[in-house]
Design a protein. Sequence first.
Lengths: 333, 289
Amino acid sequence: MSTINQVQSVAAQPLSTPAAGAAKGMATTSPPARKPIRARSRDRETWIRIVFTAAGLFSVVVMALIIMFLFREGAYLFKTVSLSDFILGTAWYPTYDPPDFGIGPLILGSMSVTLVSSLIAVPLGVGAALYLAEVANPRVREWVKPGVELLASLPSVVLGFVGMVVIAPLMQELWDIPTGLNILNASLMLALMAIPTITSISEDALYAVPRDLMEASLALGATRWETLTRVLLPGALSGVGTAVILGMSRAMGETMVVLMVAGGAAQIPTSIFDSVRPMPATIAAEMGETPFGSEHYYALFAIGIVLFLLTLGFNLVAAWISSRFQQKGAATL
Amino acid sequence: MSWHSLSARKMREALAFMVFRLAMLLVLLSLGGILLFVLIHGLGALSWEFISQPPRNSMTEGGIFPAIMGTIYLTLGAILVALPLGVAASIYLSEYASEGRVLRIVRLGIQNLAGVPSVVFGLFGLGLFVVFFGMGVSIMAGSLTLGLLILPTVIGASEEALRQVPSTFREASLALGATRWQTIRKVVLPAALPGILTGSILGIGRAAGETAPIMFTAATFYTLYLPDSVFSQVMALPYHIYVLATAGTHIAQTRPLQYGTVLVLISLVLGLSLVAIITRTRMRRTKKW
């Protein structure tokens, strides 16, 4: 995350809002012959500032609209289904008569793929970041880093496709299991999506650790590995933590991979070779076949609320960690 | 050789660094493996006909022309939405905002918007654009949804580009009597333009590859015709891959078409990213302010 090192130039100060307001006041009282152009241009500057501030606030407005529309549609479900039946219910049969809208298995499905994928992605992602920051020489890094960025830009539907046509048959043959579309396969593909997030944010955190701390450690005779485990990693811990949480959040919200590769069975998983139906997959698979305004339609929006709140929680925790434990100069360490 | 001897410590260091190398190697090999696999299988399906013709025979033959055009329309629409809004927001962040509650709220908004799952964007687009504004499943609704999805990407890249313009540029302009807006328009923006464009290319690449947000807002299974207005449904490459690979009775039969479509999509998306990455590296090397 970029920190705020605002460029505050001295010359720009008179243009800040209170000064511009004062100029407006002056313009009405002083002789009109001398001031108007200046006053008008200051007036205009104020308006321009307001327009850009509004553009900045637009993202907040979009967030508010997302929340509004999710709840507007999702709330209808709770006229007929209680919140606890919805969250804790173990049966998801939305098209039966009477239907069952229990998303317990879907939540567990999401959690299982998120957990397993982070078990794969965290060591690899952090390891790759440590490689970039500590091991690679600059020339190699210049070639390797774009590779990580390319992985980040790989469309999720492509990873889903590869999971379906390559990994699934391979797994089926290798372990003699009924289906290759399962938690492990989905987690592998999700891990590939989470790794670039984890690597690039961790790498930034590693670079943010003051060099003089590491030099001090090296000067005392510690090896680079000892410096890494006792100085660099403790110093970068909050940033690496943020990276891991954002990576998990990405894995939990990712749709196409789990839609194509997780198998789609709305059951409570008991092994990593079980098929699951994570929340995003359920929404994506069923929204197309659901009439507008049906109970099922509202239920899918309600799942959207749960998914949104979970990922929002992850992101807020990440933001909190990075601001709470942000290192403020070398002296505080 | 004791645990604490220098050679043992050096050995542990070498071992640990080897593990990191392996981690990176594994990541790069996965990427390389995927690309190679798609390339080998996809090249066979590629032909001029594949790129320039619509699907035939209930999508078991023919090409993917409507899907390519659909993806181009959707991404152009998305960037038309995201670029002005994103650049304006980044100008606020880098040129106008001062520390305080408003800035904190704006940053929190952008960060969390970047973390909203793509399928939730799809639901939002369905609720707001398709149903509430009555746009129907259309290019318009899909472009707006994708545009909001890539907004944080564009804001992030533009802000970085604006911040890299040295403050002496601004001070010189202001000292000459230019207003802040004149300084932004005539000095800061031109200097930051290459960086902003790089960021938008990344945004376009992201929009082109997304599937979930357009599933309920823009994409259609199959249409013979190219869209005749912004309120038409379109085929799109990512959705086409999903449909061919999972639905219907001809999954095995259309495998070559699937590989071909994946190759076209990957070339488009990775090509854009590569252009952006190379431009950025070049810029960093040549530009010494």
